[in-house]
Design a protein around this ligand. Structure first.
Ligand SMILES: [Cu+2]
Length: 289
């Protein structure tokens, strides 16, 4: 199992233990990272600090709602039993009880405050990008993603979903509805700033293992960040209903060592047209063809 808990969430571990019996997934398999598992019952293994905090937050709230639900269920069962017509022939005429009314107002407020404080902390952590090591730009189109590497030669390319393993052009696993012809490559343990926008309608760039989901809005540049601490292949999907082929715009990210990343950048600069060479004249020539 992959439950790496910070000290603060140590008290969550008994529940984790119970849940671990339900989750049949095998996390030792690196191929199982960054994608859904068949019959899986858990969030994807988090590989960024933000995703780990999202994971902890999820279980923290799950425990609270479980306790509340059990408490209310217990009350209902007890009331049905104890105050049935048979056992309670002369019902009480009480309509007010000041103490109970104060309690059932104050306790829920306190519970909400206890949830709100870590929730706001996490929101700010996701929102404020630390000084980035590199920037990539993701542009949503109907129905594929385009990528730019502005600080690595400004090359750009598109990523289309593959229909079958026969279409693979390189040696990588094929996952139905997730694998794309090209890939996003980033170095491990580096802060990656992702600028997200769209060219036509609303899309959303979302990668569960990174705890990242950012709306892609035409005419607006949104920003998110991640720092993956494990190499591997991670998948995401467009998460804003964007039209008839919304399901065919997956995201495939390869987190690799810095050397591998640099080698990929050199290859990609040669392979994909640099934006700097893309003058108005070229556009016109292409259009007139
Ligand atoms: Cu989309």
């Amino acid at each position: 199992m992959h439950f790496n808990f910070s000290k603060k969430s140590f008290f969550l571990s008994p529940l984790m233990w119970v849940f671990s019996f339900i989750v049949l997934a095998d996390d030792k398999n690196i191929d199982g990272l960054g994608k859904p598992k068949e019959w899986g019952l858990d969030l994807q293994t988090p590989v960024t600090t933000v995703a780990k905090d999202v994971y902890d937050m999820h279980f923290f709230v799950l425990i609270i709602i479980t306790l509340i639900t059990l408490f209310v269920l217990g009350l209902i069962i007890w009331v049905c039993y104890r105050y049935s017509e048979k056992r309670n022939k002369n019902p009480s005429k009480t309509v007010h009880n000041t103490l109970i009314e104060i309690l059932w107002t104050a306790i829920p407020v306190l519970i909400l405050v206890v949830i709100a404080i870590p929730s706001f902390k996490l929101l700010y952590k996701q929102d404020v990008t630390p000084e980035p090591d590199l920037t990539i730009k993701a542009i949503g189109y109907q129905w594929y993603w385009g990528y730019e590497y502005p600080d690595h030669g400004n090359f750009s390319y598109e990523a289309f979903m593959l229909q079958s393993a026969d279409e693979l052009e390189e040696d990588k696993p094929f996952n139905r509805m997730l694998t794309t012809d090209t890939k996003v490559v980033v170095p491990v343990n580096k802060i990656v700033r992702v600028q997200v926008t769209a060219a036509d309608v609303l899309h959303s760039w979302a990668v569960p293992a990174f705890g990242v989901k950012t709306d892609a809005v035409p005419g607006r540049l949104n920003e998110t960040w991640f720092k993956a601490d494990k190499t591997g292949i991670y998948y995401g999907m467009c998460s804003e209903l964007c039209g008839v082929n919304h399901q065919s715009m997956p995201i495939e990210i390869h987190v690799v060592s810095e050397e591998e990343f640099n080698a990929w950048v050199v290859d990609s600069k040669a392979k994909y047209a640099s934006l700097d060479n893309f003058s108005e004249d070229n556009l016109e020539l292409t259009a007139n063809k």
